[in-house]
Design a binder for this molecule. Structure first.
Ligand SMILES: [Zn+2]
Length: 538
């Protein structure tokens, strides 16, 4: 059924295309990119925030485009929409943290000065009282022969860890190890009942505690599974809060190694510190405000032509949501986060790639899924929902587009993660066919490989890259200029000097990459011995 339906649609598309050529030139690829971006980034969509009507209109638009191309609905019950049930959560109040020393004397920590409270999507009321144990950075890295838990018994205790990870680690691996999820998983494996993160002087320099404390009531989001329960990594070892350098000093009062010495050791390249039981125990109370909501991913399938390979699906993703409207705008001020580059540009590119597949008249061998995800801006939530609830789809590779800088005629591209799997060489070949170079990661310290939707596929073992326009031909200035300028600001709108021909070129490259992956003899694979392949491949 599916394939017959697709073929009919493709033939129809081809004949329409040639009929149009006979009379008029029709819209060029650049025109179509402009048209998609003009709609998606218009004020009417009010910033496409997940869970709002503006987002739903954007989703309906994308579904309509996929339908016009004759692609197969790949969402729930024969639709293009995959419902994503979600829970928003934030601290309900300032919480409470009380230290009790060996003599039973109690000291209440000061909210906003000593600590910031966490929030917990699983429980509105959480109270934990337990002894404290310090575990350095909380890193367990067998590939480096490192275990910060060696010699410690943390069962039934609250684990205290330093924020961050040692600077000797490769940037993307460092990003993995400094992630709160990774740290809580390791603590949970060993039976800890909670996790406290403490600031280091380096953290304080990067993002001052007082500054972060201002945002303590920002909403977080996660998705809910079929049983209605919010998805949480390491549910038995919740985050209880974050301590400032000042708060950490109170925690370490009377400790067998003074905190200053810990900080000095932590600042070395390998960051190995003494680890030990702290003299005090802690009572923490965390109260959480919970709100259930719902959004949806948009998914369309082009089934592969090869009877065996069609079971393997290459996922092309881009996030459809953005930041909504500015609450603190004054009357008369622009209040809409249009998200033209972030990520109407990535969505427009994906729609254009879908069209290129259909108009090629040549079905791919493997299947291709065009996936527009929700709630990226809330923590890669829609992508995670799909990656962990893929229905019948077996994803074998993911190419993700997020915020391509389409304001100059780029001559190179960057694929974050290219060195980790066979997708890298495929990207190089594909880009070369369009006369564009593949460059190395120009911002290794940013750890960008772990910071967009493709990483949710990495976490379930799927080789992935995140494709971006490169730094050559003025790209560096455009990229860093955008980050300092309109990134996540209301001026990321259509008044920017967008080069729609560059958008068309970007779509062409993405089509060529997808072709490499769908039609290649070998299924995309992690490189032998790759760090992320080793951590997550199934
Ligand atoms: Zn963004």
């Amino acid at each position: 059924m599916r394939s017959i339906r697709f073929m009919a649609a493709a033939v129809a598309a081809l004949s329409v295309a040639s009929a149009a050529t006979a009379q008029t030139a029709g819209a060029s690829s650049a025109d179509r990119i402009r048209a998609h971006m003009s709609f998606l980034a218009s004020d009417l969509l009010e910033g496409r925030e997940a869970g709002t009507r503006g987002y739903d209109i954007a989703a309906q638009y994308a579904a309509s485009q996929f339908a016009q191309l004759g692609l197969t609905p790949a969402g729930d019950a024969g639709t293009y929409f995959q419902k994503t049930p979600m829970t928003s959560f934030r601290p309900a109040d300032e919480g409470r943290m009380v230290l009790r020393d060996a003599k039973g004397r109690e000291t209440a920590l000061a909210f906003g000065q000593d600590y910031m409270v966490a929030s917990n999507p699983l429980k509105a009321e959480l109270a934990v009282s337990a002894p404290l144990v310090f575990a350095g950075y909380g890193v367990v890295a067998p590939e480096r022969g490192r275990d910060d838990y060696r010699g410690l018994d943390v069962k039934g205790k609250i684990v205290v860890v330093l924020d961050g990870a040692p600077r000797a680690f490769q940037s993307e691996e460092r990003a993995y190890y400094r992630n709160n999820r990774t740290k809580r998983l390791e603590a949970e494996k060993r039976g800890a009942v909670g996790l406290i993160t403490i600031y280091t002087p380096a953290t304080e320099k990067m993002r001052p505690f007082a500054q972060s404390a201002k945002h303590w009531r920002n909403w977080n989001m996660t998705w809910r599974g079929p049983d209605g329960a919010p998805f949480v990594v390491a549910p038995n070892t919740p985050s209880l809060g974050t301590l400032s350098v000042e708060g950490a000093h109170k925690l370490f009062a009377g400790a067998k190694v003074p905190l200053e010495r810990i900080y000095a050791a932590a600042a070395t390249a390998e960051g190995v510190t003494p680890r030990f039981d702290l003299p005090a125990s802690l009572s923490a109370q965390v109260r959480t405000e919970l709100v259930e909501s719902e959004s949806r991913n948009v998914a369309a399938l082009l089934e592969g032509a090869d009877p065996t390979l069609k079971a393997e699906t290459v996922v092309l993703s881009a996030h459809l949501d953005h930041e909504g409207v500015r609450e603190d705008a004054k009357p008369g001020e622009d209040r809409i986060y249009n998200g033209a580059l972030d990520n109407a540009g990535g969505v427009a590119t994906t729609l254009e790639v879908a069209r290129a597949f259909v108009e090629s008249g040549q079905r791919p061998k493997r299947s291709v899924l065009f996936l527009l995800v929700t709630a990226e801006e809330k923590g890669l939530v829609g992508a995670e929902y799909f990656a962990r609830n893929p229905g019948g789809v077996t994803a074998v590779a993911n190419v993700n587009l997020d915020m391509p800088i389409l304001t100059y005629d780029f001559t190179d591209v960057v694929a974050f993660g290219a060195d980790r799997s066979t997708i890298g060489p495929a990207v190089r070949r594909a880009a070369a066919r369009v006369g564009v170079a593949l460059s190395g990661d120009p911002l290794p310290d940013e750890g960008l490989f772990t910071r967009s939707d493709h990483y949710r596929f990495v976490e379930v073992g799927v080789p992935s890259v995140f494709l971006m326009t490169g730094f050559q031909n003025g790209g560096e200035e455009k990229f860093t200029g955008f980050l300092k300028g309109c990134y996540h600001k209301v001026c990321d709108d259509l008044s920017q000097p967008i080069d729609y021909a560059a958008g068309a070129k970007f779509a062409k490259i993405n089509y060529e990459i997808a072709r490499e992956l769908t039609d290649g003899a070998e299924r995309p694979a992690w490189n032998k011995g790759d760090f992320f392949g080793g951590k997550f491949a199934r």
